[in-house]
Design a binder for this molecule. Structure first.
Ligand SMILES: Nc1ncnc2c1ncn2[C@@H]1O[C@H](COP(=O)(O)OP(=O)(O)O)[C@@H](O)[C@H]1O
Ligand SMILES: [Mg+2]
Length: 323
């Protein structure tokens, strides 16, 4: 049996979220927030954290600076049970990345210092470590600018080693959707964009057409639709799964949490409907607390949330246990 269920190579940072700000941010004034939260950020790190919280054995390869932000981010991963033994320390002067989120209720300002986020290099990755898993996941294709040119070849090698591969591109800050994505897609088994991303990547006008176009290249395409849940397309079959009805207080990291819930079931050979239900369950859980990992960190809250959801039986069992 491989050492891990899932390995992930990607970025790690912290999110500093400020709530209850005045509607207008006047320059040179002391503006007060009514609440704040410092939480594990970065799509890759959130997927790793939440996969581990759901009972999976996760190995995370990344690069982080020797600073207090980096230490705190690593602590959060370790607490969740993620293996961080191969994470590299940057010595090139880049600090650990940070995202400042100004939460204005219905919308947010999102300000990111990339720092080490974009510095992960192919040389930082230990292939034997990454391939000692059943499945490999990559997030934030367009933030990983140093690694990106090597991703198609990395996917090809991992597939040849017998792993299945999932990809969540997340947004492209340049909005060009190029950069070798289409060279990487033929090696991807499971693509996990949101609605906007699916439309942009495929160049189609709506989400159904986007899923159909992408599924010509990727065996299973899953498109996240926020409060409308998600659809999946496999060959010519289309699946729909509604979101859970919850009082969403913060959707930061919901898409990454969906990925964790979906992958948890996918790697155990569950059918598409079951995977979708678990994706939506994990996405909804994420929205019940600020940030992408807070609801998963609190074990009691997480288990109560799962008990309260009638449609979905249990959180994922360990991969080595039957069922
Ligand atoms: N208001 C909501 N109520 C219930 N579930 C939600 C809500 N918003 C998001 N989700 C869940 O989180 C998933 C991901 O959300 P989405 O915003 O589409 O992704 P991303 O964060 O990648 O943009 C959705 O598919 C759904 O399962
Ligand atoms: Mg996303």
């Amino acid at each position: 049996m491989p050492r891990f269920d899932v390995t992930i190579a990607g970025e790690l940072n912290l999110d500093l979220v400020l709530y209850g700000l005045p509607p207008e941010l006047q320059p040179e004034r002391e503006l007060l927030a009514s609440d704040m939260n410092i939480t594990l950020g970065a799509s890759s790190a959130i997927v790793a954290h939440n996969l581990a919280a759901l009972g999976n054995r996760v190995g995370f390869a990344s690069r982080v600076a020797e600073d207090s932000m980096g230490r705190l981010a690593l602590e959060r991963l370790i607490e969740a049970g993620v293996d961080v033994s191969t994470i590299r320390r940057s010595t090139d002067g880049a600090r650990t990345g940070v995202t400042v989120i100004l939460h204005h209720g219905r919308w947010r300002n999102i300000l990111t210092y990339l720092g080490t986020i974009s510095r992960l290099a192919i040389e930082d990755l230990d292939f034997d470590y990454l391939s000692s898993a059943r499945h490999f996941h990559l997030s934030s294709f367009y933030l990983q600018t140093t690694l990106r040119p090597h991703i198609p070849a990395l996917f090809k090698r991992l597939k040849a080693a017998g792993l299945t591969i999932s990809l969540d591109t997340n947004d492209d800050p340049d909005d060009r959707w190029q950069g070798g994505l289409w060279e990487a897609l033929p090696f991807v088994d499971l693509l996990l964009p949101n609605e906007r991303e699916a439309v942009k990547i495929s160049g189609q006008e709506n989400v159904e057409k986007a899923a159909a176009r992408l599924s010509e290249t990727v065996p299973l395409v899953v498109v996240k639709l926020g409060a409308a849940g998600a659809i999946a397309r496999s060959d010519s079959k289309l699946f729909r799964s509604p979101a859970l009805r919850v009082d969403a207080i913060d959707t930061v990291g919901a898409g990454d949490s969906f990925d964790a819930g979906f992958i948890s079931r996918y790697i155990r050979g569950a059918d598409v409907e079951t995977c979708l239900a678990h994706g939506n369950l994990a996405g909804a859980l994420s929205t019940s607390r600020p940030g992408g990992t807070e609801a998963f960190r609190d074990r009691e809250h997480r288990e109560q949330f799962f008990r309260d959801q009638p449609l979905v039986s249990q959180p994922a069992p360990r991969a080595d246990s039957p069922g």
